[in-house]
Design a protein around this ligand. Structure first.
Ligand code: NAP
Length: 278
């Protein structure tokens, strides 16, 4: 089943993409990592998330290898370090990222987390990159509700196309106020670490729901993260079998009974919880 999420500009992207954190760290693993990403692209996991931070640019290089000759099939997301997020800094960082990925455009360029540069500077940098055709859209990551409010009140801020945050059954804090605020502004969520870096408990509710559907507990977690239709999940998998399992999670639709069981095991927040980061 193809699941998509609609961005504010009306464009649709896959609801299930691929992460790349820790790829590119070891030269001996790079070929296998690129192959895993390529298998994902073959299966429709064409949104690829990376960052200049990952392996000091090594992950972007792996992405470059994976998308060689098939750039048009992919929706490419990368991120700029907060310390590079001045007007001039984003331009230089973006240029380096483009070179490493051997492409001339990034589809969505995110501020990795909030740092000391004023948001207005970062937005101005992103706008200049858009004008130059180096990035198509821009967004943010790890911005909690108060920072989002400030962003949306900053000149140009309403053009933000996504907020990438930590979200999985064990990290439901943003459901309380951040997700409603993003929905009101029609800004999609990108859920990172959607299986908590493979540390989510395999037993309990996830295990029971998995057993009922004849699937793996992590597939239940991914289907759960994607359940609302406006959240993009970006699991990272270096192993082909993991990529294939994750892709199959798109076929799993959880029913009310499943969701209730997951709510009992992982209660939704009843008060504000500060945004957590990994
Ligand atoms: P994750 O996707 O929750 O988990 C990745 C781990 O799970 C890897 O060890 C992977 O193993 C394993 N795995 C993947 N699929 C599996 C499956 N079906 N069964 C069993 N194990 C499986 O964690 P993440 O990498 O932290 O988050 C995903 C992506 O989000 C990152 O790669 C990155 O692109 C992004 N991210 C962004 C931020 C931010 O601040 N914006 C922070 C964290 C992450 P193998 O690799 O061995 O296959």
């Amino acid at each position: 089943m193809t699941r998509t999420v609609t961005l504010p500009n009306g464009e649709t992207v896959p609801a299930l993409g691929q992460g790349t954190w820790y790829m590119g760290e070891r030269s001996t693993a790079r070929v296998a990592e690129a192959k895993a990403l390529q298998r994902g692209i073959d299966l429709g996991l064409t949104l690829i998330d990376t960052a200049e931070m990952y392996a000091d640019g090594g992950a972007e290089e792996v992405v470059g290898e994976a998308i060689a000759g098939r750039r048009d099939e992919v929706f490419l997301v990368s991120k700029v370090y907060p310390h590079n997020a001045s007007r001039a800094g984003v331009a230089a960082a973006c240029e380096r990222s483009l070179k490493r990925m051997k492409t001339d455009v990034i589809d969505l360029y995110l501020l990795h987390w909030r740092g000391n540069h004023p948001l207005s500077e970062t937005i101005a940098g992103f706008e200049a990159l858009q004008k130059a055709g180096k990035i198509r859209l821009w967004g943010v990551s790890n911005l909690d509700t108060d920072d989002m409010e400030e962003l949306l009140a900053t000149k140009g801020g309403t053009a933000c196309a996504a907020n990438q945050v930590l979200y999985n059954p064990g990290r439901r804090g943003p459901e309380f106020d951040l997700f409603p605020a993003l929905r009101a502004a029609r800004i999609p969520v990108m859920a990172y670490s959607p299986i908590e870096q493979a540390r989510l408990p395999r037993g309990g509710a996830l295990g029971a729901v998995a057993k009922k559907h004849g699937v793996d507990p992590f597939q239940v977690a991914l289907a759960w993260v994607m359940r609302s239709g406006d959240v993009i999940a970006i699991p990272k998998a270096s192993r082909i079998e993991h990529v294939e399992m994750n892709a199959a999670a798109r076929d799993l639709v959880l029913d009310a009974e499943d969701l209730a069981a997951i709510d009992r095991a992982f209660p939704p927040p009843r008060r504000k919880v500060g945004l957590e980061m990994l």
